[in-house]
Design a protein around this ligand. Structure first.
Ligand SMILES: N[C@@H](CCC(=O)N[C@@H](CS)C(=O)NCC(=O)O)C(=O)O
Length: 202
């Protein structure tokens, strides 16, 4: 398999951390891709022009990160990151959506903050940050039930909190979310989280 990959994309991190948890990361060849490069050929694989995009052994292209995680889960009947049935399934998918929403709003805020002074909307940034805080508040109320097992939910929550540390360290999300901070301190010690910790390219 090949993965259109960017080292700072949290959605790519979700995919790579999941692959590590499932023991399939060594079968993935990374294709470094800058989705913001006007010359990139990324749209030949993903018309949306976004990473991650996975090219399977059969040459099929899969996007986005959720679909790729579903594909990974289909590879081994005994090892799953997405609970198959019942309340566990819906809880995991809802928490995954909540954490993905933190990523979506954070990235919108990050991109807006990079715009020129006369183009930037502080209201837009504030709106996105308010979304992040509401989602963190919800996760704080659930922190004691998250558990430390790797799943689509816990991996994406870990990735989202790691992204806040990476891009919004001054917002100090831990201050008002102590139970979530405790949960993250332990979860982020998993090899899948440590090996994929985001860093700006040198
Ligand atoms: N929902 C998508 C989001 C992917 C995404 O937004 N990727 C960003 C990098 S973090 C990207 O490639 N952006 C390029 C663009 O929006 O043009 C997923 O889960 O894979």
């Amino acid at each position: 398999m090949k993965l259109r990959y960017s080292p700072t994309s949290p959605y790519v991190r979700k995919v790579m951390a999941s692959a590590i948890e499932l023991g399939i990361s060594s079968s993935i060849e990374l294709l470094p891709t800058n989705p913001w490069d006007p010359e990139t050929d990324l749209s030949t694989h993903n018309p949306l022009g976004k990473v991650p995009a996975l090219i399977t052994e059969g040459g099929e292209v899969l996007y986005d990160s959720h679909v790729i995680l579903e594909f990974f889960d289909s590879l081994n009947p005994n090892l799953k990151l997405i609970p198959q049935n019942g309340r566990a399934r819906w809880n995991a998918l809802r928490r995954h959506a909540l954490a993905d929403g933190i990523l979506d709003a954070s990235i919108l805020a990050f991109l807006e903050a990079k715009r020129a002074d006369d183009e930037r909307s502080d209201n837009w940034i504030a709106r996105q940050k308010a979304t992040v805080v509401r989602a963190l508040d919800q996760l704080e109320s659930e922190a004691d039930n998250l558990g430390q097992e790797a799943s689509i939910a816990t991996i994406t929550i870990g990735v989202a909190l790691g992204y806040l540390d990476f891009r919004f360290v001054d917002d100090n999300w831990r201050a008002d979310h102590p139970a979530l901070a405790d949960w993250y301190d332990l979860f982020s010690q998993r090899p899948s989280m440590e090996e994929t910790m985001p860093k700006d390219p040198a």
